[in-house]
Design a binder for this molecule. Structure first.
Ligand SMILES: C[S@@+](CC[C@H](N)C(=O)[O-])C[C@H]1O[C@@H](n2cnc3c(N)ncnc32)[C@H](O)[C@@H]1O
Length: 276
């Protein structure tokens, strides 16, 4: 639990994959793609589909989690698919890229005012950057998590620098406070303006997915795959049960299961930037 866990993340694989295909489906077909990258590629399952979308392309999956990349390494080898362990904000491809895709990853990377122009600078002439990020941090699942994290004893434990585990540090976090490590996404207008300012055309949109999640404690299980990760990485292991019980109880009241699954609305932000 205290690092990216591909198994937990993929428990809701169908729901998490849909936005990737909605994003990639909007990338224009009118250009040849010889090199593409999937930044924050996770377990690589979605990355490999890019080899089919662009049958001529060499595809790089970049991620800084060794656990996610270990899972990606178990996929059937494809001669045009390469996985690389690197911080996506610092990775420099050998040649400029025709297409960069990033699905559900950039919210974990700070300083979009610096990172976004950098990613755009990696594009070849007529290159495309396609990004999807969740934008539901004002929703109860997140609010309840951070309200609880502000309460004692959790508040003290979460911000103690002693409570870091080596796995988390190796996956790209530094000696920052818990609150600085939360996922963060700017407004749709901010992305539109920033991409335009860099001299690119841009299309920005949002979609709310109305998921019906299967299984018990479904929202808690969903959150374990993502937003709970930095929380549990900081809490001593013997405190995990108590924290999850308190959070799970709040979630169960706010997200009661329906007859056909637990309703879980989820807003996501998309944008496609392309050189004119
Ligand atoms: C929510 S998962 C998304 C995985 C995949 N893109 C998908 O849609 O299934 C987020 C991924 O971003 C990766 N990630 C987060 N920060 C990163 C960084 N600075 N550099 C590279 N990868 C990063 C994590 O390791 C994780 O695999």
């Amino acid at each position: 639990m205290n690092r990216w866990d591909p198994h937990q993340y993929q428990r809701f694989g169908r729901e998490r994959a849909r936005p990737f295909f909605d994003l990639v489906g909007r990338i224009p077909d009118d250009r040849q793609v010889h090199t593409a990258a999937d930044l924050g590629c996770g377990p690589g399952t979605l990355t490999q589909t890019l080899c089919m979308r662009w049958p001529e392309a060499t595809v790089y999956g970049v991620d800084n989690s060794p656990h996610m990349l270990e899972k990606a390494g178990q996929l059937a080898a494809h001669p045009r698919l390469h996985f690389i362990q690197a911080d996506l904000a610092a990775w420099q491809p050998e040649h400029r890229l025709d297409c960069i895709v990033s699905n559900a990853a950039l919210q974990w990377v700070p300083d979009h005012a610096r990172v976004l122009p950098h990613l755009l600078s990696l594009l070849a002439p007529r290159g495309v950057l396609a990004v999807q990020m969740p934008r539901n941090f004002d929703q109860p699942a997140h609010r309840l998590l951070y309200e609880l994290a502000r309460q004692d004893p959790w508040a003290g434990l979460l911000n103690s620098k002693g409570n870091r585990d080596n796995n988390t540090i190796s996956e790209g976090h530094h000696d920052s406070l818990f609150w600085e490590e939360r996922p963060f996404v700017e407004t749709p207008d901010w992305y539109a303006q920033t991409v335009r300012r860099a001299g690119f055309g841009v299309e920005v949109w949002e979609t709310i997915y109305h998921h019906l999640l299967d299984g018990r404690d479904a929202v808690l299980e969903w959150m374990k795959g993502t937003a709970l990760r930095p929380v549990l990485s900081r809490l001593p292991e013997q405190q995990h049960g108590a924290f999850l019980a308190a959070y799970g109880e709040r979630l169960a009241t706010t997200y009661p299961p329906g007859p056909h699954g637990t309703p879980f609305p989820f807003r996501r932000l998309f944008f496609i930037a392309q050189r004119a």
